[in-house]
Design a protein around this ligand. Structure first.
Ligand code: MG
Length: 371
């Protein structure tokens, strides 16, 4: 087994991922109809090829955007040629030293290097990330912001497909959001879980009124307001289980939030932290500190879904609040071997690495090659 390999080439392919439902809408009238995703390939000097994927949720969700992924890789990539892709801690230190910030730019490269490490060691990435817990794990379905009735109908449909966890996109008109939560809640059965995710969309007074109005409903409240302090204020005045997402983007803020008991669940998105190496660090910290997690990414297709599955499957089940199968939301499959939902559940591949094989004829020419 050769362990002294070098990065010889980094490629990036642009791929459009249309949404099966036609669009995805969330707080403040934001929406996406076609995702602009970047598939990243890292090739070693002896021909091993690893893949990753980065797909921002449009340009207004986090401080990230699709063209930024590719522009960032063009800037960062040349510094990584000749480095050993198997030394992931070292490689991440190197990326941070030559290119400050922009974690999402680094995410696809880091994931591709985990894929290489898995292929070289003949182990699935989930085993390298800590171990494979059980046969499979449960999924949630994100419900695009529509009228209360339309959202209730969607939830009933997805419930029939096997999902038991639902994340409603609220953060709109507060009165209508209360109706959304109530209409959907009426569709649920014992054991189902409901999350109302405002995606920073409520002002403090709106958030206060909504949580008071749905006091009697079994619903988790996710990221009601823009800032950490605003969310903490709502958290301290409601008895709903509470999730933080957008504001938890570093170890520093996670430790502060733990000290403040600011949430019951943290949403870990791989690209928000800069790849599997750093998402795993945050995941392991959450396990050590007793915090449950939603494990996912900002969006993506088959390769993102494979990476999520490996991180989720290597998380102790009692800490895995939920995760999702983004490849089922989009109408284009970009890789063979990606995990597929079965009755609302999914499992990571048992093959070495991520266990995926990109459809190279579909990807065509890379948008960018660094060698
Ligand atoms: Mg969220």
């Amino acid at each position: 087994m050769k362990l002294q390999m070098k990065i010889r080439r980094i490629s990036a392919w642009q791929v459009d991922l249309p949404l099966r439902e036609g669009s995805y809408k969330w707080s403040g009238g934001k929406s996406v109809t076609v995702f602009d995703s970047t598939i990243v390939g890292v090739q070693t000097d002896d021909g091993v090829m690893g893949y990753g994927e980065v797909c921002p949720l449009g340009s207004s969700y986090l401080p990230s955007y699709s063209k930024g992924v590719r522009a960032g890789i063009a800037e960062l990539g040349p510094h990584l040629l000749g480095e050993n892709p198997l030394q992931l801690g070292y490689l991440n230190r190197r990326m941070d030293a030559v290119f400050k910030g922009h974690p999402y730019v680094k995410s696809g490269i880091d994931i591709a290097c985990w894929d290489i490490l898995g292929q070289v060691t003949r182990q699935p990435v989930c085993v390298l990330l800590g171990g494979r817990y059980g046969e499979d794990f449960g999924l949630y379905r994100a419900i695009s912001q529509e009228s209360p009735d339309a959202m209730a109908k969607r939830v009933a449909e997805y419930r029939r497909e096997g999902y038991r966890r639902f994340q409603l996109k609220v953060g709109g008109d507060p009165e209508e959001d209360v109706d959304r939560i109530r209409a959907v809640s009426a569709e649920l059965k014992r054991g189902d879980r409901l999350v109302a995710d405002a995606n920073t969309g409520w002002l403090l007074h709106d958030a206060m009124r909504v949580v008071r109005e749905v006091r009697d409903v079994d619903v988790y409240i996710e990221q009601p307001c823009l800032t950490y302090e605003e969310c903490l204020s709502i958290r301290r005045q409601t008895n709903h289980p509470f999730i933080l997402d957008e504001t938890i983007d570093s170890v520093d803020v996670l430790l502060r939030a733990k000290a403040d008991l600011a949430m019951d669940v943290v949403n870990i998105k791989i690209s928000k932290f800069g790849g599997l190496t750093k998402a795993r660090q945050v995941r392991d910290l959450c396990v050590s500190m007793g915090i449950a997690m939603t494990i996912e990414d900002t969006w993506g297709g088959d390769i993102t879904t494979a990476a999520i599955a490996h991180l989720a499957h290597s998380t102790p089940p009692e800490f895995l609040f939920t995760t999702t199968d983004f490849n089922s939301y989009v109408s284009l499959s970009t890789a063979d071997g990606a995990p597929r939902r079965i009755n609302g559940r999914m499992a990571a591949s048992t093959q070495p690495g991520l266990g995926i094989k990109p459809k190279t004829e579909l990807l065509g020419k890379p948008a960018l090659t660094i060698e």
